[in-house]
Design a protein around this ligand. Structure first.
Ligand SMILES: O=C(O)CCC(=O)C(=O)O
Ligand SMILES: [Fe+2]
Length: 203
């Protein structure tokens, strides 16, 4: 395994998954999304997010008028499907963590979708990293600071790239400013899928 590029503690594994591995993962995700369809969550303030979301694993991250939280069920009431082995293998290879991820959040970005700068802090154990996998169109990933404001640095994440947000990067702000819609042929209808693998419960 090649050494990652380190930017502000974010470990970037460029081209971690080759094309056949990406295709196999997309096939697995089709099954996940058939059981747990993508939804467009509302923020607690009542705005629709531009990203569509689903999840697999013991918990999924949800947002609605009641706030942000992890839930053991899809908003429809069904249990989240299990995390595919193809996805768990990425965690095992890069996380350096002996706990297993309890949530794999599935984000789908269509044309014009973005995700504002935020921290991932709804989990109970910040010792565990968040591992992100990018599939499909390129996305401009912005990395900031633990506190609000200050300088940021951005990189284009491409299909097959993996980012580990652990250690000093675990609570840094990050977000996705823009998608190069149509830049990849992986997903038949275009767009970008990002998976984030998370440990959710206390150690
Ligand atoms: O789409 C990405 O690359 C990042 C997603 C993210 O930060 C999140 O789901 O919390
Ligand atoms: Fe995040």
């Amino acid at each position: 395994m090649a050494e990652p590029r380190l930017i502000r503690g974010f470990a970037l594994f460029d081209g971690f998954l080759d094309r056949p591995a990406q295709e196999a993962m997309v096939a697995d995700l089709r099954g996940v999304l058939a059981a747990a369809p993508l939804v467009r969550p509302e923020t607690p303030r009542g705005q629709k997010m531009s990203v569509r979301m689903s999840a697999c694993g013991d918990f999924g991250w949800v947002s609605d008028r009641r706030g942000y939280r992890y839930e053991p069920r899809h908003p429809s009431g069904v249990a989240w499907p299990p995390i595919p082995q193809s996805v768990l293998r990425v965690w095992q290879a890069v996380s350096g963590c002996d706990r297993l991820p309890e949530c794999c959040l599935v984000n789908w970005y269509g044309e014009g979708a973005r995700m504002g700068l935020h921290q991932d802090r709804d989990e109970a154990d910040f010792a565990a990293p968040v591992v992100s996998v990018s599939l499909g169109d390129e996305g401009l990933f912005r990395m900031g600071n633990t506190g609000r404001g200050g300088s940021t640095e951005s990189v284009w994440l491409r299909s097959g790239d993996v980012v580990v947000m652990g250690g000093e990067a675990r609570l840094r702000h990050h977000g996705v400013d823009r998608i190069r819609f149509g830049s990849s042929t992986l997903l038949p209808n275009g767009g970008r899928i990002n998976l984030t693998l998370r440990v959710v419960t206390p150690a």
